[in-house]
Design a protein. Structure first.
Length: 225
């Protein structure tokens, strides 16, 4: 049985990805501070603060000792904040750096190391349009800057993984259709938003044999531009 690890497993996107991989027969380790409420014989919940680097390394070792390897890692944990550059102080940026990059790097680094030992694996980081091009980060200064590092990390990992079958991709969704976003933007056209289940399906496809030769490292999931 293949093994998948999903961080941010209690969030809307994380839960959809967990469910998709369970449906496809994976053993799934869901990592979050809060129990996602998923009952399935092949789901294992692990409560973890991703800011704790040592605990992240210990967890990866625990999973690889139990399952031999991690086939897929989907890292969705993160946070969001508004704020123009004129209003953004250093501590504001550090807060977003901790929420979006620290929580990604701390788990991605040991997962990448474990996959490189096996010579195969798929890692998915969660980017954002404001991080892919800073022209989209107006009013989102700290968030955009913190997310931009996700793309640089993926580039570095793929460069180091050349010659192996370890591939890191960045999922870049447009606005995700969640209850929270519908409440926050009641006048927006939610038909233009992408559903968590759609993203989950795209992530899973990139883990199948049909996509084994795909080396697309930025996967944009937009609707209507």
């Amino acid at each position: 049985m293949k093994t998948a690890m999903v961080t941010g497993a209690s969030g809307n996107l994380g839960k959809a990805i967990v469910q998709k991989f369970l449906d496809e027969g994976f053993l799934v380790f869901g990592i979050s501070r809060h129990e996602p409420g998923i009952a399935h014989p092949h789901f294992k919940f692990i409560s973890l603060d991703l800011a704790d680097e040592q605990k992240c390394h210990e967890l990866v070792k625990q999973i690889t000792d139990e399952c031999n390897q991690i086939d897929v890692a989907v890292l969705t944990a993160g946070g969001f904040a508004m704020g123009a550059l004129t209003d953004t102080r250093w501590n504001d940026f550090v807060d977003q750096l901790n929420l979006n990059f620290r929580t990604t790097y701390n788990i991605a680094q040991p997962v990448f190391t474990a996959m490189m030992k096996e010579g195969k694996g798929r890692i998915f980081l969660t980017g954002a349009r404001p991080g892919s091009d800073m022209r989209y980060s107006k009013g989102l200064a700290a968030y955009g800057l913190s997310k931009s590092l996700i793309f640089r990390l993926a580039e570095q990992m793929n460069e180091e993984a050349k010659g192996s079958n370890v591939v890191t991709a960045v999922i870049v969704p447009s606005t995700i259709d969640t209850p929270q976003n519908r409440q926050a933007m009641p006048n927006a056209d939610a038909k233009k938003w992408v559903k968590p289940e759609e993203i989950a399906g795209i992530v899973y496809f990139h883990c199948t044999d049909a996509a084994d030769c795909v080396r697309e490292t930025v996967i944009k999931v937009y609707k209507n531009g």
